[in-house]
Each structure stands twice: as structure tokens, then as C-alpha cells.
Write a protein that binds this ligand. Sequence first.
Ligand code: BES
Ligand code: MN
Ligand code: ZN
Length: 500
Amino acid sequence: MKITFDKSPANKIKSDAFVFLCYEDKDLLTAELKNIETTLNTEILGITLEDFSGRDTEVEIIYSNDKRIILSGLGKKDELTLEKVRKACARAVKKANDYKIEKVAVEIVQDESLKRTIDVIAKVQTEACIMALYAFDKYITTAKEKRITIEEITFFSEFNNLKKFAKQIEEGIKVGSIIGKAVHCARDLGNEPSNVLYPEELANRIKKLGKQRGYAVRAFAMNELQKMGMGGIIAIGKGSKNGPYLIEMKYNGGKKGDAPVVVVGKGVTFDSGGISIKPSAGMEAMKMDMCGAAAVVGVFEAVTQLKLKVNLVGLIPSVENMPGGNAIKPGDIIKSYSGKTIEVGNTDAEGRVILADAITYGSRMKPNCIIDLATLTGATVVALGHFVTTAMTNNSDLKNEIIESGQATYERVWELPTWMEYDKLIDCDNADVSNMGNPARTAGTIVGGMFLKRFVENCPWVHLDIAGTAMSNSTGDYIPKYATGVGVRLITHFLRKRYS
Ligand code: BES
Ligand code: MN
Ligand code: ZN
């Protein structure tokens, strides 16, 4: 998809449709329609304000004597938020796509009440348009038409002092375009079926991206994992014919010797539950149990192209969690990379076991901080639903930065406690720690996080459980069904704030 900014007056721009974002206010709307006629040098053929009133759920296509115009509602002017801008943009470009349009022009919003600089608004609009125009259709061979017909989005602006703002708008569009496409990349990986995307293939794809974007990738296979003592990754991965990998990505955008930021992503390419097998209903969703890994890849896509001044390490423990003759069994005791022994009470609590190794490995790099992203527990969905990522931490400053990035991107994050009473729940009679503990299964999300916490060695750490946010079961304005790409915007925002 081509994303451009056209500084020409709108009536000079060639496009199949023009998008205008409108407030829910009769007077403002009437004025805006007049304004559209002048700007586009055209004559609107008809619209009644009963059909379209500018509410933040509405979108409408109208016609003039020579143009298609899409009106998308922002809601009331004094209640405007960036999220409403995102959603209005998303609805508008989807409407254009419904009409099988190839090129759509979108107006940059100007609104003082947003209290955001114009580059932020341009960025947000660009991201929203790209995120809205996503389809996972690479395996469809019978359909005659493409699901996404839009090939180009051109932003335009009606600012009267455009000269002063053009550079900022251009920059915002550039950044938004990189980030929006990075989200697509994460979604594509998340949606890939597990017969195609197994640990080795994930490693290969990341190697390819590393070459393209200029970051180093190493993938440790079974024999190397054995030498390293990665007992957790091996234990979970050995049940599948598709062997486990630890994938390590390194981008040196910072100063030599600067402590790296380490992002860890759970890369379970399929989670059957193993011997503690899952019920079959809904099991197909477990091809997305590598959305943490996908987010890490997306973050690397963004950070390397934005050339952030950070030393960034990505760590992806990747396995296929399968039952079988060689699979780990409930009650087995293994030795993790840290040296701590783990009793595996339930083979379906596999994510924490592979992440433990990666988190210890990351800790020993003496990092600035570790952030892990994992579709770790169904319990986060039970507790808080699909609208929020749950966080646990040992460092409230770091956590606050992440929470703020969550507000800014609307990839919202909510903290859960790490009180010692929860830590007791994973104490174990037969080993140093249990991956299950707590047979009553209360506080499932916290227990998962407490387990990870035991493998962090002296560095600031935030754990993000994205089980609720990484996979969607319905289509939203810019969030598609299935893999959402959550985490890419959140972590990229956090890194941009710190290292731009
Ligand atoms: N990958 C699942 C968690 C999950 C469930 C993610 C639903 C997305 C949607 C994880 O490996 C898992 O199976 N967790 C168990 C832990 C339990 C056995 C302690 C769970 O949540 O039931
Ligand atoms: Mn599981
Ligand atoms: Zn899992």
C-alpha cells in the first residue's frame, strides 16, 4: 500500500474518493459541507442531516457532480479523542474499500482540543487507515476479487498556513506508515497456520527480515539448546517433530556499551496443551499462541526503520506444544537455564516454562530492562476481557512508562499485584518451583506472572499478558478478527519516547 502526502489544494488531487471527518453538530456540519464544496470545487448532489449527523459511529458516502465523498463522524467536538480519530479514519477507508476504490484521499484533522501536535495526529491517522485495511487472504484461491482494493492513501490538508505544518505532517505520515505496516507484519505472522509456521520457519522468516532491516539474528536449535542448558525450552519443545528454537535478534541503534532493552515474546506456534491436552473446541486459535513473538518481530520492523537510538535485543523461545511419545508429562521435573528446577504440574502451562529460560538469558545480558509479551493465561480474558493487556512488574517507573504508552496508543494496560501471598502459590514440594501450583487455579494470571518473576535476575521487568488482546473474535473498526498485532504500537511508542 502506497501512503503519500499531497500538499496541493484538494481540488487538484486525483482520487477515487475524498474523506472528510465531521463533528456531530448541525451548524458545524452544514458549514463543513459548504467547505467541502469550495475545497473540492464541486457541487454536492444531496444529503440530509438525518442520514448523517456526525456521530462517532457513522460513515456515509455521498456524491457530487464529479466526485465521491466519504463523511465519517468524529462525534461531539468537545469530546474528541485520538481514539475517535482512529476509528473515524478506519470506518472511512473501509467504506472506500467496500466501493472497490483503489485510491482514497484523507483529510488531516485539525483540532486544537486534541492538544496534540500535528505530527502525532498525522501519525495516528496513518496508522489507523493502514490497520483498518488488513486482510489475511493469502490462502484464498477461489475469490475473484481482492479483499483489499485500496492501493494508495493520499493525505491532504486544508490548513491555510500549510507551509508551516507540511514538514510535521509529512514526518507523522512517515512514522505512522512504518508502524502501521509493522502491525500488519505481526498480524500476518500471528494468523499463519501452524503447519506452515513452526519454530524453524519462524526463525527463517525472522532471519530474512533481519537481513532486510539490518539486524542480527541467531537461532539456536536443539543441539545448541542442549549445550546452553535451556532445559525449559527443550522440555516443552521435545514432544513435537518440529523442534524448538531460541531466536535472538540484535539491533544496535544505541551507543556501544549502552545496556540493551530486551523484549521477549512467547513463540508457541501451536499449543495443543501437550499431554494435559486442551478440549478440541477452540483449539484452532492456539496457532496464535505466538502473538508475543509476532509483536517482537513487529517492534523490530518499526524500530529499525525508525532508526531509534536504542540497543534492542529480541528473544523468542519457540516451540510446538504437542502430546506424543517424547512429550513432557505432568509430574516431570526439569532443570531450567537458571539452574532452578521446575515441576511441570500441567503441560498446558508451557508458556511460562519456555519464557523462564529466555528471561534468565536476557537478565544475564545486564539489560536496561526486560519486557515480555505472552499469550500466557486464559484467566486474563476471564478477569478483564479482550480490551486490556494485564501487566506485572518489579519496577513501577518502568511500568508507568508502559501504562502511559498504553493510553497514548489505546493498547491499554492494567497492572495486577505481585504480593508475596501469590508467590507462595507456586512453591512446590518436589522442586524449586511449580509451573501450576495452586490446584484451585485461582488468580491464574497472577500465578503465571509470579512464576516468570522468579526467573528475572536483578533488572527492571514488565510482563504483559496479551492473551485477551492479541486474538480478537470480532471485527472492530481497525482491529480485525483473529491476530490483532497488539504490542507493536505499545512497545514502539515506549521506545520512541525514550530513544527518538
Ligand atoms: N496459550 C494458553 C493461554 C491462552 C488461552 C491464550 C486462551 C489465549 C487464549 C496457555 O498456554 C495456557 O494454556 N494456559 C493455561 C494455564 C493453566 C494450565 C495453568 C490456561 O490459561 O488455562
Ligand atoms: Mn498452554
Ligand atoms: Zn500457550
